[in-house]
Design a protein around this ligand. Sequence first.
Ligand code: DX5
Ligand code: ZN
Length: 218
Amino acid sequence: MSHLIAPSVLAANFAQLGTDVEMLNQSSADWIHIDVMDGRFVPNISFGFPVIQAIQKIAKKTMDVHLMIEHPELYIEQFRQVGADNITVHYEACPHLHRTLQQIKASGAKAGVALNPHTPISSLSEIIQDIDVVCLMSVNPGFGGQKFIQHTYQKIKDLKTLITQKRSACLIEIDGGVNQENAPLLLEAGADVLVAGSFVFNSENPVQTILDLKQIQK
Ligand code: DX5
Ligand code: ZN
C-alpha cells in the first residue's frame, strides 16, 4: 500500500474553512485530520461538533478525528454522527481502553489510539490487534506548528516490530512537525500515514505541497 497523507485542518483558515476543505477535496490528500482539544487533556481548545458537521457536508475524504479530550468514551457516538470515519483516542485518557475501542468499532468507525511522546510502545502490546491506527505524537499534543521530536523514528521501528510480532493489521500514523525533510525518513522507518498541518497550510501552494508529500518514494 502506498502511504497516505492527512492534512490537519487545525492549520486552516477558519474564516474560510469551506474553501480550504474544497481545496483538500481537489488535492491528493487521502484523509482530513481533525483535531479536537478540550482545554483539559491538552492546554488548548480547538473546535467541536458543529464545526466537524460543517466539514462533513463538504468533505469528500475520510474524516480522521483525533480526540485530545478527557473522557472520550462519553462522545463516541456523537462524533460518529457528525461524520467521523476514524476516531482516535489518547492512551493516556483511557483507563478502559479496550472497552472504548469496542465502543468506537460498534459505532461503525475505525478505532485509533494516539500515544504521547513519553508513552512507550510496549503499553500497546496487549491490545495492538484491536487497533486500526496507532497515531504516534511527534510533538506534545495541543498546538500546531511545533518542532518535530527526533526520538519518533525509534518509536516507529519499535511499533513496526510489535505489529509484525502480533500480526496486527494496524496502520502507523505520525502527527506533529511533519515536513518535506523528515517525511522520507518517517516513511523509510515504517510510517503509513503522515499528518501535516502548518507545513501544508502555510505553504504557497497547498495542493502542490500535498502532492509532493504523496509522491515521496520509499
Ligand atoms: C497537535 C495536533 C496535530 C497538529 C499538527 O496537537 O494533533 O494534528 O495539527 O500540526 P503541525 O503539522 O503543524 O505540527
Ligand atoms: Zn492531530
